[in-house]
Design a binder for this molecule. Structure first.
Ligand code: NAG
Ligand code: NAG
Ligand code: NAG
Ligand code: NAG
Ligand code: NAG
Length: 643
C-alpha cells in the first residue's frame, strides 16, 4: 500500500523538519557514567545456585529440581500483584502519586470507573506508560505537538486524529490526506472507540510496521536540554541521509542502535561488536551446566550494549527500514531495549483473523470460546511444536544474509533439526518422583526425533545461505505441507518466537489449552501483567535448556533412559513416568488460558456486546491517552486530576 507514495518528497520534508529539530535541540556533552561490561546474566537463574555438576563428580549435585521452585515463586508473585491493586479511586490516586510523584492525569476518575466497570484487574500497573512517555516530559506541549505533526509525515506512519471527540485515521500523503492507512492504525483507532468522546483534540502518529522506529543516540538523550542551541554539522550530516525510507546502503539499524549505548560499553567499541558468539562455550562441563540453566523471564531487557555479539541473532537489527535518530512520539506494538517507541497493543490482538485469532470461525464470522480444532489434553502430543517461515525481511547490511545465525527462528530450527551425534545433557530423577537425580548424554538426533516437531513451512532467501537452498534444507527441517493455526493445539507445548519483530500469535497461543514456551527480546504493553513460569514458560536466548524443560514435565525419553541405563528401565512402562510433571505442565496451559481470558480478554461470551471488544487493552490505551493528552497541553497542571 505504501509503494505508490512519493517517498522522495516525503523524505525531503522530513529532512528539513529533522534538521530544524536538531538546530533547536543540540548535542549535549556525554555524561560518562560507570560502565558495566559484564555479560548479562540478570535474566537467568544463577548457574552457581543450581549448577548440577561438580567437577570430577559423575552425578548432578542437586536434590531438588529448580522448576517447581520457579513455578511456586511465580504463582506467589502474581497472587501478590493482584491482591495489592487499589480497590478505590482514592487508593488508586494515592498509589499513582506514590509511584510517579505527581498527580494523575485529568479524566483519571472516569478511567478508573471504566476499568472497574469492565472488571479490569490491573489498576496500578502502568509503569510501561510512564517509561515510554518519560522523554516527552522534557519537551513542552508545543514541541510535542510540533514533533507529532512531523512524525505524521514520516514514511510508514499514519496519524490517528481526535477532533471534537471523534477519532479518525489518515495517511498524510504529499499535500493531501488519504484514508488508505495501515492495519495497525485501524487497529489503534478501534481501541479508542469506547472513550474517544472523553479525549481532547490529539494526534497519534502510529507506526505501520512491526519494527521499532526510534533510536536516539545516547549523547542526545542523557541530560539533553532541548532549549539549547546547536548547529552541529555532524548531526546534520547524519540526518542528510534520511531522504529515503530505507537505508539505501547508508548505515543500518545496528549502527544506529550502537549509538544509543552508553560510551564505554562493548557495543560502542567498534571491533568488539564483531566478536563471534560462540567463544564462551568452553568446557563440556560448562556446556552441560548451560543446558540446565532456566531463564527467569523473557529477555525484553537484554542488553545488546554489553552483549553486542548477540545482535546477529536478531532480525530487527537487519531491517531495511531506516530508524529515526530523534525523539518523536511514535506508537508501536512492541519495543526492544534501546528503542524509544511508545507501546500500544498490537492490532493482531484486537482484530479477528484466521491466522491470528483463537476460536475464530472465518466462515460464519463468529468468535467461539473453544477453537474448532482444540484437542483434549490427553490427546495432545508431548512434542514441542513450532512452524513458521524463514522470512525475516531485511538484508541491511547486505552480505550478512549469509551469516546464518541471523534470526532466532533459524537458530531454533537448526537446534531442533540437529541430526548429529552431538550430545545434549539431560537431567532427570531416577526413578521418577525420587530425588535421585542423574544425567545422560543423549545424541541430539534421537532426542530431536522424540521431543521436537519443529519446521519451516516456507523457505525464503535460502539463496543467500552458504551452500544455497540445498544446504539450507539439509540443516533445517522444512515441512511445506502448510499449517493452520489450529494445528498447534494438537501439541502440549507450543513455541512462540520473534520473527522480524514481536510475535502476533502470542494471544491466540495463550488462549489455547496448550502450554506456551516463549522467547522474545521485546516488551509489549502487557509485560508487567504477565508472570513467566505461571502463565508461560520463558526460554533463554540459546534455547539450550529446552530438552531439560521437556524432561521435567514429560519425563525422560526412551533414548535418555537408555543412555543413562536408568534403573527405571527395568520397571514396567507405566511406572516410568510421573504424572506430577504433566499435571504441572497442564497447570501452566490453564493459567495461560485464564490469563488471556481475564487480562487480555475479549468481552465475556454470554454478553450481547460486539465481539471486537478487548476491554483490557482498551483500558491500557485509555490511560495512555490521558497521559498523552496532558503532555500535549500547554498547561499540564490544569490537565491533572485531583480528588
Ligand atoms: C467522525 O468522523 C467521521 C469521518 O469524518 C465521520 O464519518 C463520522 O460520522 C464522525 N462521527 C461522529 C460521531 O461525529
Ligand atoms: C536548559 O537550558 C536553559 C536555557 O539555557 C536553562 O535555563 C536551563 O536551566 C537548562 N536546563 C538544564 C536541565 O540544564
Ligand atoms: C525491564 O526494565 C523495565 C524498565 O526499566 C522494568 O520496569 C522491568 O521490571 C524490567 N524487567 C525485567 C524482567 O527485569
Ligand atoms: C556422547 O556421549 C556418549 C556417552 O557419554 C559418548 O560415548 C560419546 O562419545 C558422546 N558423543 C559425542 C559426539 O561427544
Ligand atoms: C545397566 O544397569 C544394570 C542394572 O541396573 C546392569 O546390570 C547393567 O550391566 C547396566 N548396563 C550397562 C551397559 O551399564
Amino acid at each position: 500500500m505504501y509503494e505508490g507514495l512519493s517517498t522522495q518528497k516525503k523524505g525531503l520534508l522530513f529532512l528539513t523538519a529533522v534538521i530544524i529539530v536538531f538546530m533547536q535541540g543540540g548535542l549535549w556533552a556525554a555524561r560518562r557514567q560507570g560502565t558495566d561490561n559484564f555479560p548479562d546474566n540478570s535474566l537467568v537463574v544463577s548457574p552457581t545456585r543450581y549448577l548440577p555438576f561438580s567437577r570430577g563428580n559423575a552425578r548432578p549435585t542437586i536434590k531438588e529440581h529448580p522448576i517447581p521452585k520457579l513455578m511456586s515463586e511465580a504463582e506467589n508473585r502474581f497472587r501478590e500483584l493482584l491482591s495489592r491493586q487499589s480497590q478505590t479511586l482514592e487508593d488508586a490516586v494515592k498509589e499513582y502519586e506514590r509511584r510517579y510523584r505527581r498527580k494523575p492525569p485529568r479524566g483519571f476518575d472516569r478511567w478508573w470507573k471504566f476499568a472497574r466497570d469492565n472488571g479490569v484487574l490491573m489498576i496500578d500497573e502502568y509503569n510501561n506508560i510512564e517509561e515510554d512517555l518519560a522523554p516527552f516530559w522534557d519537551l513542552s506541549g508545543e514541541q510535542l505537538r510540533w514533533r507529532a505533526g512531523l512524525a505524521g509525515h514520516l514514511p510508514f506512519i499514519d496519524v490517528v486524529r481526535v477532533r471534537s471527540g471523534n477519532a479518525t485515521a489518515v495517511n498524510l500523503l504529499d499535500g493531501y490526506e488519504s484514508e488508505d492507512v495501515s492495519a495497525r492504525a485501524k487497529g489503534f483507532l478501534s481501541m479508542l472507540e469506547k472513550f474517544q468522546d472523553q479525549l481532547p483534540d490529539l494526534e497519534f502518529p502510529v507506526n505501520g510496521m512491526a519494527e521499532g522506529r526510534i533510536l536516539v543516540p545516547w549523547e542526545r538523550r542523557v541530560g539533553s536540554n532541548l532549549t539549547m542551541q546547536s548547529n552541529d554539522d555532524a548531526v546534520r550530516n547524519e540526518l542528510s541521509g534520511i531522504r529515503h525510507p530505507d537505508w539505501h546502503g547508508e548505515g543500518n539499524v545496528w549502527e544506529a542502535f550502537r549509538r544509543t549505548c552508553e560510551p564505554g560499553t562493548a557495543a560502542r567499541r567498534l571491533f568488539s561488536s564483531f566478536r563471534a558468539s560462540s567463544t564462551h562455550k568452553t568446557s563440556q562441563l560448562s556446556a552441560r551446566s548451560e543446558e540446565f540453566v532456566f531463564a527467569r523471564s523473557t529477555a525484553g531487557n537484554y542488553s545488546f550494549c554489553t552483549n553486542p555479539w548477540a545482535h546477529y541473532n536478531q532480525g530487527h537489527f537487519f531491517s531495511d527500514w531506516r530508524t529515526i535518530p530523534a525523539i518523536f512520539p511514535v506508537f508501536s506494538p512492541a519495543k526492544a531495549s534501546g528503542f524509544l517507541d511508545i507501546r500500544i497493543p498490537s492490532h493482531y490482538y484486537y482484530a479477528q483473523t484466521r491466522r491470528y485469532t483463537y476460536g475464530w470461525d472465518s466462515v460464519n464470522l463468529q468468535l467461539k470460546p473453544v477453537d474448532d480444532m482444540e484437542t483434549p489434553w490427553e490427546e495432545k502430543s508431548d512434542k514441542i511444536f513450532w512452524r513458521g517461515a524463514s522470512t525475516g525481511g531485511g538484508s541491511s547490511p547486505p552480505g550478512f544474509a549469509a551469516q546464518y545465525q541471523r534470526h532466532r527462528q533459524v537458530v531454533f530450527v537448526r537446534l531442533a533439526s540437529d541430526q548429529s551425534s552431538a550430545n545434549r545433557t539431560v537431567v532427570f530423577a531416577d526413578p521418577p518422583g525420587s530425588t535421585n537425580y542423574i544425567y545422560a548424554d543423549v545424541p541430539a538426533a534421537a532426542l530431536n526425533d522424540e521431543v521436537m516437531d519443529v519446521a519451516f513451512v516456507k523457505v525464503v532467501g535460502a539463496e543467500n545461505f552458504p551452500g544455497g537452498h540445498d544446504a539450507f534444507v539439509q540443516l533445517h527441517r522444512v515441512d511445506d505441507g502448510g499449517v493452520n493455526l489450529g494445528d498447534h493445539w494438537k501439541h502440549k507445548y507450543i513455541v512462540d518466537l520473534d520473527g522480524m519483530g514481536y510475535s502476533g500469535r502470542f494471544f491466540s497461543f495463550m488462549e489455547s489449552d496448550s502450554a506456551v514456551m516463549k522467547a522474545t527480546v521485546y516488551r509489549e504493553f502487557f509485560s508487567d501483567w504477565i508472570q513467566p513460569w505461571l502463565h508461560y514458560i520463558p526460554l533463554s536466548q540459546t534455547y539450550s535448556e529446552i530438552y531439560n524443560i521437556h524432561a521435567f514435565f514429560s519425563g525422560a525419553t526412551e533414548s535418555t533412559l537408555r543412555a543413562a541405563n536408568a534403573t527405571v528401565l527395568s520397571m514396567p512402562p507405566e511406572k516410568r513416568k510421573t504424572i506430577d510433571g504433566d499435571r504441572r505442565l497442564r497447570r501452566i496451559a490453564r493459567a495461560g488460558k485464564q490469563w488471556k481470558r481475564t487480562i487480555g480478554r475479549r468481552v465475556d461470551m454470554e454478553e450481547d456486546r460486539p465481539l471486537t471488544d478487548m476491554l483490557v487493552p482498551a483500558a491500557y490505551v485509555y490511560r495512555l491517552c490521558l497521559e498523552y493528552a496532558r503532555l500535549w497541553s500547554d498547561d499540564r497542571e490544569k490537565m491533572s486530576f485531583s480528588l
